[in-house]
Design a binder for this molecule. Structure first.
Ligand code: PHE
Length: 335
C-alpha cells in the first residue's frame, strides 16, 4: 500500500502499468484475496478489513490517475470536433499599388495590339545611351545620375536609367512593325525623398511601322488617358527634348484632383505632367538596323509611381518601398 500511495503517474502508459500490476484478474489484489480464503477465521476478521482498504486504495488511485490523463485528452477531442466554434481566419495579401497600375496600363495597351517586352536591368552603354543617340558627353551619363556597375572605356556597364534601352533591344532583335510596351524598374543616383528615389518604375511604349505619324502618337496617348483616368480627361502636349526622339514632347493631363480648376497638386496650373514622348529619331532606327527612309515610329515613357500617385493621391514615393502593411492593405486583395 506504500507503493500505491506513492504512485505518481506521468503518462497514460504509467496508469495502464498500474492497472496491470494491481487490478487485472492476475494482479496483486486478486492474488491477495485468493490467499485470504486460506487463512483461519480469527485472522479473517482483521485481515479482511486491511485487505478491503487496500483494494479500495488501489481502485481509487487508479480512477484518479485515469481521469487525470484520459480526462484532458477527452476534452481536447471534444474541442477539435466542435464544428460550431468560429474558424481561425487567415489574412489575404493585397496587390502592390504599383503592380495594380502596371497591370492596368498593360491591359489598356494590349487592347490596342501592343505586346509586352522586357529587358535586363543591368545594361551596357550602347543600349542605355549610345544607340539612343546620347552624345558622348551628355550629362545623363554623368556619375551623378547613373549607377555604374563596371566602368570600362567605351562600354560601361550600369543599372539602366530608363526603359528606353528595351526599345533598342526589341528593334535589334527583329523587323518592323513593332508595337510593344515595356514595363520595368529603373535606377538613378538621387537622394531619397518624398519626391525622388534611387529606383522607380517606368513603362515604355514603341510603335514602328510604315507611315506612323505624330497624329497616331497623340490619338494613342489620348485614348490611354481616357481609359486610365476617365472620359473627359484633357491632354496637352508641350515641346520638349530627348536625344532619341525628334520632335519630342511632354504630355500633361488636366489635374486629376481639381479637374483643371487649380489646386496644390497642379500648383494652380490645372495641369500635371505624366509622360515624355516623341517620334523615334531616325538615327535610333538606323542604329538598330532599321531603314529610316521606309519606317517611322513613335515612343513614349512614363513613370508608374507618378501615374499611381495621381490615381490614388499618394504624396510620398517612399511609401512604395517601405512595405508598411497599413499602407499596402488599402489596395485590392490578391485572389
Ligand atoms: N526615357 C525618357 C525618360 O526616362 C522617357 C521617354 C521615353 C521620352 C520615350 C520619349 C520617348 O525620361
Amino acid at each position: 500500500s506504500e507503493e500505491i500511495s506513492q504512485f505518481t503517474p506521468t503518462s497514460a502508459a504509467d496508469v495502464e502499468q498500474f492497472r496491470l500490476k494491481f487490478l487485472v484478474s492476475k494482479g496483486l489484489v486478486k492474488a491477495l484475496f485468493d490467499e485470504f480464503k486460506s487463512v483461519g477465521p480469527e485472522e479473517k476478521r482483521t485481515l479482511g478489513k486491511v485487505l478491503n482498504e487496500f483494494k479500495q486504495l488501489a481502485e481509487q488511485t487508479f480512477t484518479d490517475a485515469q481521469t487525470k490523463f484520459s480526462g484532458t485528452s477527452d476534452k481536447q477531442a471534444k474541442n477539435e470536433g466542435d464544428l460550431t466554434l468560429p474558424g481561425e481566419g487567415f489574412q489575404l495579401g493585397s496587390r502592390h499599388p504599383l503592380s495594380l497600375v502596371r497591370k492596368e496600363i498593360v491591359e489598356i495597351f494590349k487592347k490596342l495590339g501592343f505586346i509586352v517586352a522586357e529587358g535586363p536591368e543591368i545594361e551596357d552603354d550602347w543600349h542605355n545611351f549610345s544607340a539612343l543617340n546620347f552624345p558622348p558627353e551628355h550629362p545623363a551619363r554623368d556619375m551623378q545620375d547613373t549607377f555604374f556597375v563596371e566602368k570600362k572605356d567605351g562600354n560601361d556597364i550600369a543599372l539602366r536609367t530608363h526603359t528606353s534601352s528595351v526599345q533598342v533591344r526589341l528593334m535589334e532583335m527583329g523587323k518592323p512593325p513593332f508595337r510593344a510596351i515595356m514595363p520595368g524598374r529603373v535606377y538613378r543616383n538621387e537622394a531619397i525623398s518624398a519626391r525622388a528615389h534611387c529606383f522607380f518604375h517606368q513603362v515604355e511604349g514603341l510603335y514602328v511601322d510604315e507611315h506612323v505619324s505624330f497624329a497616331d502618337l497623340k490619338q494613342t496617348l489620348f485614348h490611354f488617358v481616357q481609359e486610365l483616368y476617365g472620359e473627359g480627361t484633357k491632354v496637352r502636349f508641350r515641346p520638349s527634348y530627348f536625344p532619341f526622339t525628334e520632335p519630342s514632347a511632354e504630355m500633361d493631363i488636366s489635374c486629376t484632383i481639381c479637374k483643371g480648376d487649380g489646386c496644390q497638386l497642379c500648383k494652380y496650373s490645372g495641369w500635371v505632367e505624366i509622360l515624355g514622348c516623341g517620334m523615334v529619331d531616325p538615327n535610333v532606327l538606323e542604329n538598330c538596323g532599321i531603314d529610316s527612309k521606309k519606317y517611322a515610329g513613335f515612343a513614349f515613357g512614363m513613370g508608374i509611381e507618378r501615374i499611381t500617385n495621381l490615381k490614388y493621391e499618394i504624396r510620398d514615393l517612399r511609401l512604395f518601398s517601405e512595405n508598411d502593411v497599413k499602407f499596402l492593405s488599402q489596395f485590392e486583395t490578391e485572389i
